[in-house]
Ligand binder design. Structure first.
Ligand code: CTP
Length: 399
């Protein structure tokens, strides 16, 4: 799907820039053309010679370059591509983009372009966590920029946490999606998935048995139909889907914040098994065992994210899909839940242990909407996901 596509690759100045050499090779292997642009800092990390040799094209570096300007002006350069990819996107480049600065060639191209922009951030964990970067991130998302990553893990600077460039195969999958022409192309969808962990103290938590398998399959199916997917997951067992924006959270409170931060979206699929309660008196230090004395945990209700999004006075997604895991009277309970929460559809399933559905590979659902209850045959979770994604595409297409 990348064959015949042209990508304007803006390489920022960070240690992860070396990974763009591999990325360029893989893009060209798939038949894509790469027009490379490097910031001044980027050429401290990889040489323009290597980039140009792999891309098979000259590297553009200067805003005021008479030769380049005579051959192709920078405005035109920003528009010839099918997609502008900023990789690695440094904190500095993201700040420039968010502010609309145009002091060098890279930022000028980003301000002048009218093609989709995807940024792949990579930076030190503290720089990523800094409120300024998080503000800029929110601005970029609001401007319609797709943000991929970063991953968490060991970093070249010796620290640990979010800030690593996502791996090349994941960037390729995201590009395939962004450049595909599926029925959900141009649509932004959020999916919540997995359990939440509600802390009791710094080392203990309350959780549930959700594996995250169904939510993950739904995110992948929506991606395959061309949607830009924001996947907000609690600490789930299954691997994260590739080619989507992954936001990892622990608690219901964190999940709510991530969901609100990901809006606006065209559709929201709330597959997460969010804990209904959290411990109000969760300790900042570990609760010590005292012989004969039981600790008292006081519970308080968690925000109902699905109900909150369903009832947003402004910016409600066109389609809100909730889930209902029930053990008896599935249709009656789920029908009531749809009305109570205000969502458009409820995907209901029977999670009694005898069904083997929770944590298992299959699912048997009843889709409840304003036109009634539709019972689907038992099938693999990825088949449920594919059919549900097709229904979502049909519904959004019909709006
Ligand atoms: N949900 C949510 N936020 C919560 C609780 C649930 O967004 N705090 C969402 C789930 O992701 C799911 C739906 O609401 O889409 C159903 O959740 P469930 O816990 O089954 O519903 P409840 O209202 O808690 O009903 P009950 O516990 O009686 O089954």
């Amino acid at each position: 799907m990348l064959g015949g596509k042209r990508i304007l690759l803006i390489i920022g100045g960070g240690i992860a820039a070396y990974k763009t050499l591999e990325l360029i090779r893989r893009l060209r292997e798939r038949g894509a053309a790469v027009t490379p642009v490097m910031t001044a800092a980027a050429s401290q990390f990889v040489t323009p010679m290597s980039v140009s040799a792999l891309a098979g094209e000259a590297v553009h570096r200067e805003l005021f370059d008479l030769t380049s300007e005579a051959e192709m002006g920078h405005i035109q350069l920003s528009r010839v591509a099918d997609l502008v990819l900023v990789c690695p996107a440094t904190a500095d480049l993201m700040a420039k983009m968010a502010q609309g600065l145009a002091g060098d060639l890279a930022s000028t191209l980003l301000l002048a372009t009218d093609t989709p922009v995807m940024v792949v951030p990579a930076m030190n964990v503290r720089m990523w966590d800094h409120p300024a970067t998080q503000r800029n991130l929110a601005t970029l998302r609001g401007d319609g920029v797709t943000v991929l990553g970063p991953d968490s893990g060991d970093m070249a600077c010796g620290e640990y946490g979010p800030g690593r460039l996502v791996e090349v195969p994941q960037i390729l999958a995201a590009l395939e999606t962004a450049l595909s022409d599926g029925p959900l192309k141009g649509r932004r969808v959020l999916v919540t998935s997995g359990p939440t962990h509600e802390p009791i103290d710094p080392v203990r938590y309350i959780a549930n048995r959700s594996s995250g398998a169904q939510g993950t399959a739904i995110a992948a199916a929506l991606r395959d139909l061309g949607a830009e997917v924001v996947f907000i997951t609690g600490p789930a067992e299954v691997a994260r889907p590739s080619g989507v924006e992954v936001i990892e959270v622990q608690s219901a409170i964190e999940m709510r914040a991530a969901v609100m931060g990901a809006l606006p979206v065209d559709a929201g699929v709330f597959a997460a098994a969010v804990a209904d309660w959290r411990v109000e008196n969760a300790g900042g230090s570990k609760i010590k065992k005292i012989a004969g004395q039981m600790p008292t945990l006081c519970f308080t209700e968690n925000p109902d994210i699905l109900a909150e999004v369903s009832n947003l006075p402004e910016g409600r997604p066109e389609l809100v899909v909730g889930f209902a895991a029930e053990t008896d009277d599935v249709v009656a309970h789920a029908t009531d839940k749809r009305l109570r929460k205000g969502c458009d559809w409820i995907v209901a399933n029977d999670v009694s242990p005898a069904t083997g559905i929770m944590g298992g590979p299959e699912n048997a659902i009843v889709l409840i909407s304003d036109s009634g209850a539709e019972t689907w045959p038992r099938m693999g979770k990825s088949d449920v996901a594919r059919q549900l994604a097709e229904r979502i595409a049909a519904r959004l297409g019909a709006q």
